[in-house]
Design a binder for this molecule. Structure first.
Ligand code: SAH
Length: 353
């Protein structure tokens, strides 16, 4: 199978040598013309994968209540920024905003920002969310108290992958084989390998310099202007090894297959994100399991009130959605939640003390 992006990748590798996994991911996901997030209808039942906000409105509503609670504990600053990183179709922000705007003072105070790298996603997001502002990085956000939300954002950022053989770290790369196909290749470990923890037990480790950088920028902003952040993703607290995944049409496919037409992710290294926030002086909470977090915030009650008076098939659907978001064998434990806050803000709900 051939495609413009595959041709582009092969000629780049021919002229410059094998690509790091991070380079490969960046190109496949965000190439201006052929990148996965630029071109495709990727989310939802008719796309390649379904995310929590696309499962049910309850997810965004509960996160909206978390935001409202944090805003109250920050002393109800006006104005304040509510920023979402990687907003996809805009569904999560639309559901959050509905819950937040139940408080008229919050409605007047909130300024909505969507931080999005996929330039062609804006039209769909504008349909979902009224009156939003767009940016591509933390630097675009106004200098005022800020609450940040990101769901399945950090897993979309490129990672480097390192393999230890005979006590020496090498870097996993993408090259071209004799049959002109993309193929795995092991090269000398690049400069990013300096970030591998000395205590690393595993012989395979993934590092996302961009993820750390963005978390550090978000945390610096919150430290300077006040606020909090909530980050939900599938990830780990330490040492997960090889977590690279490619998904198309709700199933796993080979990582190097069909570049630009399949979703590429890596599980999120929450310890690295939490360290980046702590380094900027923020308090960190978690990681909690998504299921326990949502239940502690009352998603069960929300499901009950949504189901009340509905026909039985609708009630069954609401119950199935609740289970999908919270059950341990579905999204409940695979997905983790990290909160970071300015140290003056009291501890957030949803986390074990
Ligand atoms: N949060 C949404 C979508 C998750 S998919 C949901 O839960 O449904 C990842 C999102 O991050 C997409 O909107 C993608 O375009 C965006 N994205 C990917 N890399 C990015 C980057 N480097 N900066 C900003 N946004 C990015």
């Amino acid at each position: 199978m051939t495609s413009p992006l595959l041709d582009h990748l092969i000629s780049r590798i021919r002229s410059d040598g094998p690509l790091t996994v991070a380079d490969y991911m960046r190109t496949c996901l965000l190439h201006p013309d052929h990148g996965y997030y630029q071109t495709r209808t990727v989310f939802g039942a008719d796309g390649d994968f379904i995310t929590a906000p696309e499962v049910s409105q309850m997810f965004g509503e509960i996160l909206g209540l978390w935001v409202l609670d944090r805003w109250a504990h920050m002393g109800r600053p006006s104005p304040f920024t509510l920023a979402e990183f990687g907003p996809g179709r805009g569904t999560l922000m639309a559901d959050m905003v509905r819950a937040i705007y139940a408080d008229p003072a919050a409605r007047d105070a909130a300024q909505i920002w969507l931080i999005e790298a996929g330039s062609r996603r804006k039209a769909e997001q504008a349909d979902a969310v009224n009156g939003a502002h767009w940016g591509t990085s933390v630097a675009d956000l106004p200098a005022q108290p800020t609450l940040v939300i990101a769901n399945e954002f950090f897993d979309a950022l490129p990672v480097h992958q390192f393999i230890r053989t005979g006590g020496v770290w090498a870097e996993r790369m993408v090259g071209v084989d004799r049959d002109h196909r993309l193929a795995w290749h092991l090269g000398p470990a690049g400069a990013t390998s300096a970030l591998i923890p000395k205590s690393c037990q595993s012989d395979c480790v993934e590092i996302s310099p961009l993820g750390r950088q963005i978390m550090s920028e978000i945390s610096g902003h919150i430290a300077a202007y006040g606020g909090a952040g909530l980050f939900i993703d599938y990830g780990y607290a330490s040492g997960a090894g090889d977590t690279l995944q490619a998904v198309a049409r709700h199933g796993f496919v080979e990582f190097l297959s069909d570049p630009g037409r399949v979703d590429l992710t890596a599980h999120v290294d929450f310890a690295a994100l939490s360290d980046a926030a702590a380094h900027k002086g923020l308090s960190t909470y978690g990681i909690a399991d998504q299921g326990a977090f949502l239940m502690a915030l009352g998603i069960g009650f929300r499901a009950q009130s949504l189901a009340k008076g509905q026909p039985t098939d609708k009630q069954a659907q609401i119950l199935a959605d609740l289970k999908r978001l919270t059950a341990p064998d579905e999204m409940g434990t695979l997905f983790k939640v990290l909160a970071v806050q300015a140290p003056t803000v009291p501890p957030p709900p949803g986390f074990e003390p």
